[in-house]
Design a protein around this ligand. Structure first.
Ligand code: ZN
Length: 372
C-alpha cells in the first residue's frame, strides 16, 4: 500500500475513534444532566426527603416555592390536609411558626387571616390561640383596635348590637364597658403640669394634691376671683372679646377648683340628691377638669348658671378658634358620662381644639383615636 494512503487511513481511523468517544461522552453527560434535573428542587434536602416519603414531590414542586411549606416539612409538623393553605401563608420569622400556623388552621382561620395575625399581632398571638375563632379581619381598618381588649369588645358587642365595630372598639377603649370610677389611671403631677391636653374623666384621675403652678386671675370681678392657668386665662379673655363683637355676652361662674373645693361641692350634691344622681352632673374630687385649671363654666348675661341657646350655638361654632371646646355637648352623655353641660368649656389650645371641633367627636373619643 502506498505510504500516503496508509497515513490517510490512520488519520481517518483516529478521527473516527475521537468522534465515537466524543459522542459517547456527550451522551453520558447529557443523560447525567437529565438525572440531575429530576432532582433539582427549590427545596432543601430534608424537606425533599419528607415530601418524597409523603408522595408529594411532584405536587409540591409543580407549585411555586413556598418557604412556609419548607419550614413545615422540615419541622415535622407538616399536615397534608393543610397544604393548600400553607402555599398562601407568608413565612414569618417567629418562634414556633409551624406550630402556630397549624393551631390557627385547626381553629379554622384561613390563609389571609393567618397572614394578618402573624403580621399585625405577632406579639399577642397567644390571645388568639387561647380563644375560639373570631372574625379578626373585621378589625383590620380600625386603627385603635387593641387585641388585648378583644374579650371586652366581644362582650360589649353582645350587649350593644346596634353599635358598629369601630364604635365598640372606641367605647371600650374609653372604658365605657365598665362603671365609671371602678378602674382608672392616675396622672403624675409632672404629666398634669406639662401637658395641657390631658384627658380627665371618670377613667383618668389627677393626683389629690395636684395644683397648677401658673394660675392667674381673670379680669372679670364680681367680688369673687376666678382663676385659670396662664395660657387658658389669656385665651379666655380673647374669647370673651370676640363673643362680645357678636353680641354674645358671657361671664364666668366657675373656673379653677382645688381638690378640696371639688370634694365639698360633690359631697353637698350627694347629700342633696344621692350618689347616683350627683355622679351624672358633678365629678368626684380628682376627676374634675376644673382641678386642671383649664376648664371654665360660663353663663349668659341673663342667666345665673347657664347659657342661652343662642350663646351655646355661638360657643359650639366659635370657641375652638380661641382654643376651647364645649366638653359635654348635648346628646353625648352616653360617652362623656356626664349630662349635657353647654356652659362647660375646656381649654386645649387653638390647634387641638380646632381638630377636635372638626372631628365632631367628644374629647373622650378623640383622645382615644388620635392622642394615644
Ligand atoms: Zn364645669
Amino acid at each position: 500500500m502506498n505510504k500516503w494512503v496508509k497515513i490517510s487511513l490512520s488519520v481517518l481511523l483516529v478521527i473516527l475513534i475521537i468522534f465515537i468517544i466524543s459522542i459517547t461522552i456527550l451522551k453520558i453527560f447529557s443523560s447525567k444532566t437529565k438525572e440531575e434535573e429530576k432532582d433539582k428542587s427549590a427545596y432543601n434536602l430534608t424537606s425533599v426527603n419528607v415530601m418524597k416519603e409523603l408522595d408529594l414531590y411532584e405536587e409540591i414542586n409543580n407549585h411555586e416555592y413556598s418557604k412556609t411549606v419548607e419550614v413545615l416539612l422540615e419541622s415535622n409538623n407538616f399536615k397534608k390536609e393543610y397544604l393548600n393553605y400553607y402555599y398562601d401563608i407568608e413565612y414569618k420569622n417567629i418562634t414556633n411558626f409551624s406550630t402556630i400556623i397549624n393551631r390557627l388552621l385547626d381553629k379554622n382561620y384561613n390563609s389571609e387571616e393567618i397572614n394578618y395575625i402573624t403580621t399585625n399581632i405577632s406579639d399577642n398571638i397567644n390571645i388568639i390561640l387561647n380563644m375560639d375563632y373570631i372574625n379578626i379581619l373585621a378589625y383590620k381598618d380600625i386603627t385603635n383596635f387593641d387585641i388585648s381588649k378583644i374579650e371586652r369588645y366581644l362582650s360589649y358587642q353582645e350587649e350593644n348590637q346596634n353599635y358598629d365595630l369601630a364604635t365598640i372598639v372606641t367605647y371600650v377603649n374609653i372604658g365605657l364597658d365598665k362603671e365609671g370610677y371602678s378602674e382608672y389611671t392616675t396622672y403624675t403631677t409632672e404629666e398634669a403640669l406639662n401637658d395641657l391636653t390631658i384627658l380627665v374623666n371618670k377613667y383618668h384621675k389627677l393626683p389629690d394634691d395636684y395644683e397648677p403652678n401658673d394660675l392667674v386671675a381673670l379680669s372679670y370681678n364680681s367680688g369673687y376671683t376666678y382663676t385659670l392657668r396662664r395660657e387658658a386665662a389669656t385665651a379666655y379673655e380673647e374669647l370673651v372679646s370676640a363673643a362680645l363683637l357678636d353680641n354674645v355676652i358671657i361671664y364666668p361662674f366657675s373656673a379653677y377648683r382645688s381638690y378640696n373645693t371639688q370634694n365639698k361641692l360633690y359631697n353637698n350634691y350627694v347629700a342633696r340628691d344621692g350618689v347616683k344622681a350627683a355622679d351624672t352632673y358633678s365629678a368626684r374630687p380628682g376627676f374634675s377638669e376644673h382641678q386642671l385649671g383649664l376648664a371654665i363654666d360660663v353663663r349668659s348675661n341673663t342667666l345665673l348658671d347657664n347659657l342661652t341657646e343662642k350663646d351655646y350655638e355661638w360657643m359650639l361654632s366659635n370657641s375652638y378658634e380661641y382654643g376651647f371646646i364645649v366638653r359635654y355637648p348635648k346628646g353625648c352623655q352616653h360617652i362623656t358620662q356626664f349630662m349635657e353641660e353647654p356652659w362647660h368649656l375646656r381649654y386645649l389650645g387653638v390647634e387641638l381644639a380646632t381638630k377636635v371641633h372638626n372631628s365632631g367627636l367628644t374629647y373622650d373619643e378623640y383622645y382615644d383615636l388620635y392622642m394615644k
